[in-house]
Ligand binder design. Structure first.
Ligand SMILES: [Zn+2]
Length: 419
């Protein structure tokens, strides 16, 4: 997706942008920093630009383009999350299933709306969960670059092979795609037959594609895994979607983590209720496994406190996602990062910024191209307005503020036409 623009890079005239602060993320914040761009790439980051005209953007921060590590863009037409804050997770799933049941097809329109909204909020790359049937042509407009994780749900033994066929077709279609990359998302323990998960993990390893799996999201899920009882089972039985063979009694999230560790790369979506042993397991595999924290969705369901400090203490990779608008108010990744900073005061703000940039890039396997401002990487920049005050730590200017994103550059192309 980058090659086409690359050809023109050597002919393009360089230009540079200056800000009150540049946050390269690869190093400390640069007061009055300058980023020089040529074509689709960054060619220099420093205190000046040698041979390019410099545009001073004023009282703003230039950040690496923000990366939203988990969303479901198909819900982007919802005006508000489903249900009231504090709704039980299983009740919410029931309402979501009912809502989707009323949709006669998977529409690309909502995805386009979500891409435009994400772009406005300064996201330059996102990981989207896509139900089968969505037209992939939707990812070609100007919106953020996308990693498209095909959602795989198999509620019966008979559905496993057809779903695997869809997964293989998705991998194949990605070979022709220019504007999106490929991922697979076996949905969650309660919607995926064990033989599907096993096959998809093998497929991930062979084809070198990342997986995303919702895990340890709610106490009801843990109860279902442990002994096959509770409100989750009741809902699945009611939906004729329960199979006693799907989950062995005494199962824990750890059983899935072990299996997912055999994949090329795995994103553990939510992980709200991981225990210490599971957290330690992830800490040892940070090169290949990451957790995606969705802070405002976490707050919407009023879950128990998120184990962020524990995850970071053992070196686990943590990225941040907005989740979809079925559980989040909007697709504003900066608002998610500010929520992290507000809820986890012991976590350094620098670390929070990393969660929305380089750690998300690493989680997706895209760190060689994006996630920091460094020469040679894609010219993906997010420009955030700053408040009119000083701060000992310039990171505080990003987080103790509600100033908006005012522009982005994505692969060298400016986008600020949304004001
Ligand atoms: Zn999700």
């Amino acid at each position: 997706m980058i090659t086409e623009v690359d050809k023109t890079d050597s002919h393009a005239e360089p230009f540079a942008v200056k800000a009150r602060y540049v946050f390269p993320v690869a190093g400390p914040p640069l007061p009055g920093g300058v980023v020089t761009i040529r074509g689709s790439k960054i060619v220099a980051v420093g205190s000046q630009s040698d041979n390019a005209p410099v545009e001073d953007l004023g009282n703003v921060a230039i950040l690496p383009g923000l990366i939203n590590a988990h969303t479901h863009l198909e819900f982007s037409r919802l005006e508000a999350p489903i249900g009231e804050p504090g709704i039980g997770f299983v009740d919410w799933v029931g309402k979501l299933v009912e809502l989707i049941g009323h949709w006669d097809h998977v529409s690309g329109d909502a995805v386009e709306v979500g891409l435009a909204e994400s772009a406005r909020f300064g996201t330059t790359t996102l990981a989207d969960i896509a139900r089968p049937g969505r037209p992939s042509s939707v990812y070609t407009p100007i919106g953020p670059d996308a990693a498209v994780f095909l959602e795989l749900i198999a509620l019966s033994h008979e559905s496993v092979n057809p779903i695997l066929g869809l997964a293989r077709a998705h991998l194949k279609s990605a070979q022709l795609a220019q504007d999106w990359r490929v991922g697979l998302s076996p949905h969650a323990p309660y919607t995926v037959q064990p033989e599907l998960l096993e096959s998809v993990v093998a497929l991930s390893a062979v084809a070198s594609v990342p997986l995303a799996f919702h895990l340890a999201e709610s106490p009801e899920e843990l109860q279902l895994l442990r002994n096959g009882t509770g409100p989750f089972r009741d809902l699945l039985v009611k939906l004729a979607a329960w199979d006693d063979r799907r989950i062995r009694s005494g199962t824990r999230p750890m059983d899935y983590l072990r299996q997912l560790s055999m994949a090329h790369r795995a994103l553990i979506i939510h992980g709200n209720y991981l225990d210490d042993e599971e957290i330690a397991f992830l800490g040892k595999r940070s090169g290949q496994m990451a957790v995606v924290y969705c802070p405002r969705t976490h707050a919407f369901f009023r879950h128990a406190p998120y184990p962020l400090e524990k995850l970071l203490a053992v070196g686990a990779r943590v990225a941040v996602g907005t989740d979809g608008r079925a559980s989040a108010p909007d697709l504003n990744l900066m608002a998610e990062l500010r929520t992290v900073a507000a809820r986890h005061e012991a976590v350094a703000r620098e670390t929070v910024l990393h969660m929305g940039t380089i750690d998300a890039a690493r989680a997706l396997g895209m760190a060689p191209e994006i996630g920091t401002l460094e020469a040679g990487k894609a010219a993906n920049l997010t420009v955030l307005a700053l408040p009119d005050r000083e701060a000992d730590d310039p990171h505080d200017l990003l987080f103790d503020s509600n100033k908006p994103v005012v522009a982005t550059w994505r692969r060298g192309r400016k986008n600020d036409g949304w004001a």
